[in-house]
Design a protein around this ligand. Structure first.
Ligand SMILES: *Cc1c(COP(=O)(O)O)cnc(C)c1O
Length: 392
């Protein structure tokens, strides 16, 4: 009998393949609610803005515990327009953790300001008051606190440190929908909270989408104006107050987001329960989970562990049908377009980039799948430890 081609065997979906993410299951759950509203909006010709967008904006502000939400085209624009609306640009510096998705720093550079990269806590891989303080200069106007992986860092300490320095806090909450620090929601601490609804995020649209939340009415109005070509609002469609851009939220995406938001708490609780199972399954394992602060409601956008022999482990897992990710393999200050802003080594970010691996986690994942991932991971780790011992 001819053996199947090796590459084909590896990509074949067997019943026990564990995908990194399964968006289809969530879509199937909300599709009946969405379908009728899609038809209505499409036949009424309401594609951009309109009642569906306004309804979602109100729901999203309520969910975050802020008074305003402005729907945007994506999360990167949420960061960029926050900076622009606050007048942060040329000559200004903005502190950002280097362990983040590149969009955080990209927005700072696009705004014309200089990103000052900060290191992170070795326990949570998040910004701390101390690492923030180490990146401060007299030109610092703002800090973008990133709730990476779904965990909000110590906002008591960070907001106090920013306050003392006279620095504005902007939250990059693109991975932290519904996350909390001492019962307060991500997005409600800073002057603005920036969200992405990219399909793979905890609350995801059927394409790109984003939002800014804030309790400052004037700031919300300014961001709304910037996102709509600087239009003043009202009837003067071709009169422009500011030089803005086009970053509006589509009605169809707002419909999807409202339908999914109705389920988001239950999906988030599913993620938290799965993370607990990971934690107990990996007790005593060579794979180390990041620290969970007792004050935090971690919403587990990503389930990150640190492992030795990362590349070999990922390859072994992939061959066994367990798909993983790395968020992120290169720290921001070491990415080619951002290297010119790197002013010192950031040892925690640099070391973590070589050790972290993101394991599958999504609301429709089963406990059996978590067990399987942990078993495969431990087996792969044991194999690498043995190979390493016999090689030396
Ligand atoms: C996804 C993400 C963004 C950017 O959001 P987009 O909607 O993709 O533009 C920004 N910051 C972080 C931390 C993210 O994960």
């Amino acid at each position: 009998m001819r053996r199947p081609h090796r590459a084909m065997r590896q990509t074949q979906l067997t019943p026990d393949t564990v995908p990194f993410l399964d968006l289809g299951a969530a879509t199937r759950e909300v599709w009946p609610a969405i379908e009728a509203e899609f038809t209505e909006a499409l036949l009424a010709g309401r594609y951009i803005g309109g009642p569906a967008v306004e309804a979602f904006e109100q729901q999203w502000a309520d969910y975050c515990g802020t008074s305003h939400a402005v729907g945007l085209a994506n999360g990167t624009d949420a960061l960029l327009l926050s900076l622009e609306a606050l007048g942060i640009g040329e000559g200004d510096e903005v502190v950002v953790p280097s362990n983040t998705f590149i969009a955080t720093a990209e927005a700072v550079v696009r705004a014309g300001a200089v990103p000052r990269f900060a290191d992170v806590s070795p326990d949570t891989l998040l910004l701390t008051a101390e690492t923030f303080a180490a990146a401060l200069t007299p030109r610092t106007r703002a800090v973008i606190v990133v709730h990476l992986y779904g965990q909000v860092p110590d906002m008591d300490a960070l907001c106090a440190a920013a306050d003392r320095a006279g620095v504005l806090v902007i939250e990059d909450a693109a991975q932290a929908h519904g996350a909390e620090w001492r019962g307060r929601r991500a997005g409600s601490f800073g002057v603005t909270g920036c969200f992405s609804f990219y399909p793979g995020k905890n609350l995801g649209a059927f394409g790109d989408a984003g939002a800014v939340v804030t309790s400052d009415a004037a700031l919300a109005a300014r961001i709304r104006c910037l996102a709509n070509h600087g239009r003043a609002g009202g009837s003067a469609h071709y009169e422009h107050e500011l030089l803005g851009t086009n970053s509006r939220l589509d009605a169809l995406q707002a419909i999807v987001l409202s339908a999914k938001l109705a389920r988001n708490e239950s999906w988030t609780e599913d993620r938290i329960a799965l993370a607990k199972e990971y934690r107990s399954n990996l007790e005593g394992s060579a794979a180390q989970l990041l620290t969970l602060a007792p004050q935090a409601r971690h919403v587990y956008h990503l389930l990150v562990v640190r492992v030795p022999f990362r590349e070999q482990i990922r390859a072994t897992l992939a061959a066994r049908g367990v798909h993983t990710g790395v968020h992120y393999p290169v720290a921001c200050h070491q990415q080619p377009p951002l290297r010119r802003f790197a002013d010192r080594p950031l040892p925690v970010c640099e070391q973590a980039a070589g050790e972290i691996v993101s394991l599958p986690i999504y609301p429709h994942m089963t406990s059996a799948q978590v067990e399987r991932v942990c078993w495969e991971l431990d087996t792969a780790l044991a194999g690498e430890v043995l190979a390493d011992a016999s090689a030396s």
